[in-house]
Every structure is written in structure tokens, then in C-alpha cells.
Design a protein around this ligand. Structure first.
Ligand code: GDP
Length: 194
């Protein structure tokens, strides 16, 4: 995928703020600090297009990144403990409104940290995605933080917790070494049918 033209096209909270549904979208869900911004930056070949932050819970908006004839959509990270219940509910509303109403949404991928067992919120999100006809692709982030020899062990734990049928649906990814970027784009292009 040529990513020279990648840009932040729109930042939205409400439905009226979404860009026109004129190109397919891939959206990314996951708890805050899981590495979503870093994943998007790696995929778009940029250092700082998507905000990365060491203070989790900051990204409260839906960020639409345009690349060629597609959009990558960064959903607000969930599960950040240090916010009020009201605020948590309002984020859940922002995420659900997008997932339930976006006609050009092609696929939603769940990001989990390869080192940790997914949380109950991750499980709920995964179940929701499967129930809504998504393929259940999971990106296991921060793969550089464990050795290759440990991959299968960690992937097995993610598979068990989320109840994933096919282990191949869990893709280890590192935004540091960026080894999987081309393969990830191949997966997206297959889904679009380019
Ligand atoms: P977000 O809240 O999900 O958007 O997470 P960020 O992309 O801001 O990442 C959270 C923290 O994890 C930052 O300090 C990143 O530098 C770090 N991080 C993200 N992805 C990776 C990765 O693949 N490898 C390593 N080692 N660190 C990562």
C-alpha cells in the first residue's frame, strides 16, 4: 500500500462529525495504551500522525485517517480505570454509535497486548464483533517485548480467554520493528478485495 498521502482527515465524537461514508473503513478497538496509535503510525509509515501518549485514556475522539481509497479509524481506548463512570459510559456511547451505524465499515480489529491476558472488556468487545459479523482478527501488540519463542504460549492464552476458534486470526505485531506492516496491508487488501 502506498501511504504517501496518509493524513488525519477528521476527528469526531458525534455521528454528524464523521466524514462522508465514501470509502471503506477499517476500525481499531482496544483498551487505552494497548498501542493503537503506534499501530496506525506504523501502518501509515509515519512517526507522529496518530497521537501516541504515555498517559493512557487521553484519546477520547474517533480519529479518521485517510490513506489512498481507505480509512483507518482509531476508536477511543476503553478500560482506563482513572475516569468517572459517567465518562466511561460516554466513551462507550461514542464507540457503539460508530460501530452500530457506520455503513462503510468493513472490518473492526481488536488490539490486545501480547504479554497480558485480555480483560473482560476485551472479551466483551471480541464477542460483540463476532456477533456483528466481523471476522474476529486480533492484533497482538508489542510483540517485540517478548521473544519469538514465547509467541505461541502467549497467543494460546489470548486465544483461550477470547474464545477464538482459529489461532491464525491472532497476529503478532510490533510498532517498533514494523516487520508485519506489509503483511497486515496484504490482509486488509484481501478483505477489501483489491
Ligand atoms: P494507545 O493508547 O492504544 O494509542 O497506545 P499508544 O500507541 O499511545 O502506545 C502506548 C505506549 O506503548 C507508548 O509508550 C508506546 O510507545 C508503547 N508501544 C506501542 N506499541 C508498541 C510496540 O509495538 N512495542 C513497544 N515496545 N512499545 C509499544
Amino acid at each position: 500500500m502506498k501511504t504517501d498521502d496518509a493524513r488525519l482527515e477528521q476527528v469526531a465524537v458525534k455521528r454528524e462529525q464523521y466524514p462522508e461514508p465514501d470509502v471503506y473503513e477499517f476500525a481499531f478497538a482496544g483498551r487505552s495504551n494497548v498501542g493503537k496509535s503506534s499501530f496506525i503510525n506504523a501502518m501509515l509509515g509515519r512517526k507522529n500522525l496518530a497521537r501516541t501518549s504515555s498517559s493512557p485514556g487521553k484519546t477520547r475522539t474517533i480519529n479518521f485517517y485517510r490513506v489512498s481509497d481507505l480509512r483507518l479509524v482509531d476508536l477511543p481506548g476503553y478500560g482506563y480505570a482513572k475516569v468517572s463512570k459517567t465518562e466511561r459510559n460516554s466513551w462507550a456511547g461514542v464507540i457503539n454509535t460508530y460501530l452500530e451505524n457506520r455503513e462503510n465499515l468493513l472490518e473492526v480489529l481488536l488490539l490486545v497486548d501480547i504479554r497480558h491476558e485480555p480483560s473482560e472488556l476485551d472479551k466483551a468487545m471480541y464477542d460483540y464483533l463476532i456477533a456483528n459479523g466481523h471476522s474476529g482478527l486480533v492484533i497482538a501488540t508489542k510483540a517485540d517485548k517478548i521473544s519469538r519463542g514465547q509467541y505461541q504460549n502467549h497467543i494460546a492464552k489470548i486465544q483461550k480467554k477470547l474464545g477464538i476458534k482459529n489461532r491464525d486470526n491472532i497476529i503478532p505485531f510490533s510498532s517498533v520493528d514494523k516487520k508485519m506492516v506489509d503483511e497486515m496491508w496484504d490482509i486488509f487488501e484481501d478483505i477489501v478485495g483489491f
